[in-house]
Design a protein around this ligand. Structure first.
Ligand code: FES
Ligand code: FES
Length: 165
């Protein structure tokens, strides 16, 4: 078998030098090599959404994404969305304000997916939110409150004074 090659992965604006083998997923690299455990492993098979991160602003399932080939690409995780001064991202705050979680295991993935859902323009109605958040499962069934949180952020974003990153 070929020796693993060194690769620089950019996560939340920082560069990490890794030696992934050809099967290392972004999820395992984040949690086990980089030490960012905010991104959760649920099914590890692309079916629950718990591992959702952003790859250059697009939501992706990190359990299905191999590190190999991602040199120089920018990944953002739940640890990277708050303001550097410590102010929560509007979606994080909305999840708190609307009580949009119980155990919290699915929450990082829900929030990363919700941010993308609003930015994609797929949060125009409750039904649309349901459809475009359907890849993120919540075993605690916090769905109504998750939708309320997303609607609140969408409404705030429609105010020209606001935007989300
Ligand atoms: S852990 Fe990736 S989709 Fe479930
Ligand atoms: S809050 Fe428990 S799985 Fe969603």
């Amino acid at each position: 078998m070929d020796e693993p090659q060194t690769l620089i992965l950019k996560v939340n604006g920082q560069e990490y030098k890794l030696r992934p083998d050809s099967r290392t997923t972004v999820l395992d690299a984040l949690r086990e090599q980089i030490g960012l455990t905010g991104t959760k492993k649920g099914c590890d098979h692309g079916q629950c959404g718990a591992c959702t991160v952003h790859l250059e602003g697009e939501r992706v399932l990190s359990c299905l994404l191999l590190v190999e080939g991602l040199a120089g690409r920018e990944i953002t995780t739940i640890e990277g969305i708050a303001d550097p001064a410590g102010e929560l991202h509007p979606m994080q705050q909305a999840f708190i304000d609307h009580d949009a979680f119980q155990c919290g295991y699915c929450t990082p993935g829900q929030i990363m997916s919700a941010i993308a859902c609003v930015k994609e323009g797929h949060a125009g109605s409750r039904m649309e939110i349901q459809e475009f958040m359907s890849g993120n499962l919540c075993r605690c069934a916090a769905y109504p409150n998750i939708i309320e949180a997303i609607e609140a952020v969408r409404a705030a974003v429609l105010d020209p004074a606001n935007s989300i990153q």
